[in-house]
Design a protein around this ligand. Structure first.
Ligand code: GDP
Ligand code: MG
Length: 172
C-alpha cells in the first residue's frame, strides 16, 4: 500500500482540527486545544486503490514560520485552510502558498488543496463565491467549501489531494 503524508496549515481558529478529525474519525468535536499538534493516520480507497494517509494537524502560530518550514520540507501534500467566515484568514493561505513554493523550489505540481471551512455558518459568511473563483484561477489551485460540522465536502478535499500526490510521486 502506498503511503503519503499531508500537512494541514492555516491561521488559528479556522477549523484545521475540526476538518482533520472529521476526515479521520468522522465526528465533529466543538473544541480542540488550539495549541495541540497531532498526527493521524487512516486508509482510503480512491480510484480502486487503497492508500495510507498520515495527516499532521499543525497548531503553530503564524510567527513561527521556521517551524512551518520544517513541516513543508517533509510534507508531500498540503491542505491550506481558511474560514469562509473570516476574510483575513485568506491572507495566511496566500503566505503559506508562497512559502511552500519557495521551499519546494517552484510551483510545478506541488500537491495543494485550498479549503474554506464553516460553510454551515451562512449568516457569518464573509468570503464570496466570486472571490474564491477568481483566486482559484489566479493561483491555479482547487478550492473546496466545506463544513466539518455538517460533514460537507470534507472527503472530497483529501481525495483530490491524494490524486495529486499519486501523480507527483508515481514511484511510491
Ligand atoms: P484550528 O485552530 O484551525 O484547529 O480550529 P478548530 O478546529 O479548533 O476550530 C475553531 C472553532 O471553529 C471551534 O470552535 C470549532 O468548533 C469551530 N468550527 C470548526 N469547523 C467548523 C464548522 O465546519 N462549522 C462550524 N459551525 N464551526 C466550526
Ligand atoms: Mg487546531
Amino acid at each position: 500500500m502506498r503511503q503519503f503524508n499531508i500537512v494541514v496549515l492555516g491561521a488559528g481558529g479556522v477549523g484545521k482540527s475540526a476538518l482533520t478529525v472529521r476526515f479521520i474519525r468522522d465526528v465533529f468535536v466543538e473544541n480542540y486545544d488550539p495549541t495541540i499538534e497531532e498526527e493521524y493516520r487512516r486508509t482510503i480507497m480512491v480510484d480502486g486503490e487503497v492508500s495510507s494517509l498520515e495527516v499532521l494537524d499543525t497548531a503553530g502560530a503564524e510567527q513561527f514560520t521556521s517551524l512551518n518550514e520544517v513541516y513543508i520540507k517533509s510534507g508531500r501534500g498540503f491542505v491550506l485552510v481558511f474560514s469562509l467566515t473570516q476574510d483575513a484568514s485568506l491572507k495566511e493561505v496566500d503566505n503559506l502558498r508562497k512559502q511552500i513554493y519557495r521551499i519546494k523550489g517552484g510551483d510545478a505540481g506541488v500537491p495543494i488543496v485550498v479549503v474554506g471551512t464553516k460553510l454551515d455558518l451562512v449568516n457569518e459568511r464573509e468570503v464570496q463565491r466570486s472571490t474564491i473563483q477568481s483566486l482559484s484561477g489566479r493561483w491555479d489551485l482547487p478550492f473546496y467549501e466545506t463544513s466539518a460540522k455538517r460533514n460537507w465536502h470534507v472527503t472530497d478535499v483529501f481525495e483530490d489531494l491524494l490524486r495529486q500526490m499519486r501523480i507527483r510521486y508515481p514511484a511510491d
